[in-house]
Design a binder for this molecule. Sequence first.
Ligand code: CA
Length: 221
Amino acid sequence: MKFAVILTLVAVVIIAAIVIIGSNQAPKEAEIVRNEVDITGQPLFGEENAPVTVVEFGDFKCPSCKAWGEMIYPKLVEDYVLTGDVKFSYVNVLFHGKESVLAALGAESVYKQNPEVYWDFHKKVFSAQPEVANHDDVWVTTEKLLEIASEYPSVNQEQLKQDIDKQLTLEQVEIDKELYEKHNVSQTPTININGITMEDPFDYEAIKEVIDREIEASKNE
Ligand code: CA
């Protein structure tokens, strides 16, 4: 009888140990679904050789993208981009019609003219987005984009106007469209880390977990 009790206890301890060890293990590589984003020709922020690539599929007209840029992006930059672990890229998504296209055409023009000022321009366009309650109001116009870009002497205003009005940067915008369609992006922002799409772009702890794991994995390569 006593022996049976001890045997049962031992079995319970072993099973508990297996469960605990199992739950602490990172998902095996084979279980991770990876679809790496080809960011050739896309704006890049951070060290080119950073082991981890974070891609945001975003839309200048999207309120959640503005919120992501204000809440999550600064943490990501401080914790991982400035340390050289992460490089960040942005792909235009066109879910809000004409204004999404206008903003994307303008952003591609600014990037083409001077990649150095791109990220600052990018941030200012999001800042120009009205509060959520009015986000359906038309606010992206050629004039607005020209006004935002006017503080960068390296960006030629006439060129920017032509690129937007005559859609001269449409080819770049089309490349982005093909990319987000290829990656089945159905909501913005969508965050992709070394090919892994995050379920919740606002769950910074989950983002950290994936990035940390990818940094570790890169050390073992
Ligand atoms: Ca692009």
